[in-house]
Design a protein around this ligand. Structure first.
Ligand SMILES: [Ca+2]
Ligand SMILES: [Ca+2]
Length: 227
């Protein structure tokens, strides 16, 4: 029994020595139940998974949405795209503010792709008439009731379920930030629902985009996967 107790004590002290010293460099204080969280605090990004295209800035400090820094996609066709996150994406929560809404066509924002990143499975866009629009494969729908404001901050939840060819599901839930540092409750009813999607693959790659060739500027913050 004494030998067992000594072994347990040695094992315990080893655990404390290797992992009990608190967060290391780059670990942020923001916590949630999400599998993956990107707050954009500190230098560049929380997670070393992003590939940049265009001129994204993950250190944006002018009126950041949450905390001290946000991501800004300040000009045409900028994006950051993750590597394979290693877990199926069933929901993405993101804070978005379209600082301007000058679009000539649909401008894609939160986009979810397959493991290779080659196929877009479901996406959230802002239309030229300033509506939210969701797509799932070749099926899409457009909100016909709520025009977006360039002075509002939106919390969006984009939920995805793959199908067998014509029954994949995408739901978009939207809350408007009330100024309490981006903490909002997911609404009980989606703003947009699509149940005839054509995507069949599991989602594993996340992209944050401003896909339009015009000058619309999008801010992002507190992005969570599977919150
Ligand atoms: Ca940063
Ligand atoms: Ca932030």
């Amino acid at each position: 029994m004494i030998k067992i107790l000594i072994a347990l004590l040695l094992c315990t002290s080893s655990v404390f020595a290797s992992g009990g010293m608190g967060p290391g460099p780059g670990v942020k204080s923001y916590t949630s139940g999400a599998y993956f969280t990107e707050t954009f605090e500190g230098s560049e990004y929380d997670n070393a998974v992003w590939t940049e295209v265009g001129v994204p800035n993950g250190d944006y400090t002018t009126a950041p949405l949450c905390g001290a820094q946000s991501l800004v996609l300040p000009s045409s066709s900028s994006s950051i795209t993750s590597s394979d996150l290693g877990q199926d994406i069933v929901s993405v929560k993101a804070i978005i503010r379209p600082n301007s809404l000058t679009n000539s066509g649909d401008s894609y924002t939160v986009t979810i792709k397959d493991a290779t990143g080659a196929t877009t499975l479901t996406a959230l866009a802002i239309t030229p008439t300033d509506y939210f629009k969701i797509s799932n494969g070749t099926a899409n729908t457009t909100d016909a009731t709520t025009i977006l404001s360039a002075t509002s901050t939106y919390i969006v939840w984009l939920d995805y379920t793959p199908g067998t060819g014509s029954n994949a599901i995408t739901n978009l839930y939207v809350a408007v930030d009330s100024g309490d540092d981006c903490i909002e409750t997911k609404p009980g009813t989606p703003l947009l629902t699509l149940t005839t999607g054509t995507s069949t693959l599991a989602a594993r790659v996340l992209a944050l985009r401003q896909s339009n060739t015009m000058s619309a500027t999008f801010l992002y913050d507190n992005v969570e996967v599977n919150p």
